[in-house]
Design a protein around this ligand. Structure first.
Ligand code: SPD
Length: 350
């Protein structure tokens, strides 16, 4: 067994780019935990690649499965030591959990939002839904506030199972919050909460983001917020709609991006198209977003790849929170996206 064989074998089985660093990250994670879901989280490597590497390691006698745990063999452990690969470690701030914001600005909105969130609809696989914890939604709002993207701003939210539109509107600081959502259950839920809490600045539009952005919403907003599905084309569909909605120079956008379903190569492709559209990445907070397990894990395409078929016990799916700002606005096409925008070769949780 050597690192290059592991790397090449995982690449040939998946058809994806696999780097030596990916292999090292997986080996580091495995020295910290035997929980396959946590290996995915700690390794910050696409789930497709992690699972292929686990298979290769098992076949080479470096790893075994004991009950629902992955365990290094003596040979596997010795290999890590020989290669100088240390166990994954963390140095995350326990107060903000690494987000860099606390929620004091939000006062009693915290409690009100928690009560609202308890009544929300359950995630649907059909729309690749899976929401962040209420604390994360509130942290997004605090972060926008800190960046000057909340008070007296016109904000558009594209897809909203995280209920960001409600949390934004509860602050009563934005001038306007418009949410576009495809799922009629969520549309109804947000409408009901709007009425219950008299959120007059909030407007809800049922809309499929595969369709062009309605003309009336183009160029009318200071800020967009979205958490796109992560196929490259799906990601483009969501963020292009967000950009179309913006006024221009100085407008800002926020989105989440995982390592679970997006390789660093995809990160680079995404960053490149954003830079080409005239944006700058002002903030990138990895691990900011933590998602509640959505309940359809055994139906996901990645279930078949797992060496241990066990549902996740703890949260494991995280994403980076990006803020981009437009410095040199470019023309954005308002084109329809057809077909399956939810899947590409790296998609794992659809
Ligand atoms: N399919 C279940 C989880 C999907 C959650 N979407 C998060 C996307 C991050 N950009």
């Amino acid at each position: 067994m050597d690192l290059q064989t592991l790397q090449h074998e995982a690449a040939s089985r998946t058809g994806l780019t696999v780097t030596r660093r990916d292999v090292e990250r997986v080996l580091a994670a495995l020295q910290r935990t035997g929980d396959v879901w946590k290996v995915v989280e700690y390794s910050r490597t696409p789930m497709r690649v992690v699972c292929a590497l686990l298979d290769v390691l098992q076949e080479n006698g470096g790893l075994t499965v004991q009950g629902d745990q992955l365990v290094f063999t003596a040979e596997g452990q010795a290999f890590c030591e020989q290669q100088g690969i240390a166990p994954f470690t963390t140095a995350t701030c326990p107060t903000c959990e690494g987000r860099g914001v606390v929620l004091d600005l939000l006062g009693d909105i915290r409690e009100r939002f928690h009560t609202i969130a308890q009544q929300r609809p359950t995630p649907l696989r059909q729309f690749d839904q899976g929401y962040v914890t209420p604390e994360v939604t509130l942290a997004r709002v605090a972060f926008l506030w800190e960046r000057g993207d909340l008070v007296h701003k016109d904000i558009i939210v594209l897809g909203d199972d995280d209920l960001v539109s409600l949390a934004l509107a509860l602050t009563r600081r934005p001038r306007r919050v418009v949410v576009l959502e495809i799922d009629e259950r969520l549309v109804r839920f947000i409408e009901e909460q709007k009425a219950a809490h008299q959120l007059t600045a909030l407007e809800i539009v049922q809309h499929d983001l595969r369709e062009p952005l309605p003309e009336a919403l183009c160029g009318r907003f200071d800020v967009f917020v979205t958490d796109p599905t992560e196929s490259f084309v799906g990601f483009r569909a969501f963020t292009e709609r967000g950009l179309l909605a913006l006024r221009g120079a100085g407008s800002a956008g926020y989105f989440g991006l995982t390592h679970v379903e997006s390789s660093l190569k995809k990160w680079r492709d995404i960053q490149r198209f954003l830079l080409d559209y005239g944006l700058v990445i002002t903030d990138l907070r990895d691990g900011f977003n933590r998602y509640v397990n959505w309940g359809y894990e055994a139906d996901m395409r990645s279930w078949a790849w797992l060496p241990v078929k066990v549902p996740p016990r703890d949260m494991w799916y995280t994403s980076a929170f990006y803020r981009v700002e437009w410095v040199e606005p470019q023309e954005i096409p308002n084109r329809p996206f057809s077909g399956n925008i939810f899947e590409d070769a790296e998609a794992a949780t659809t």
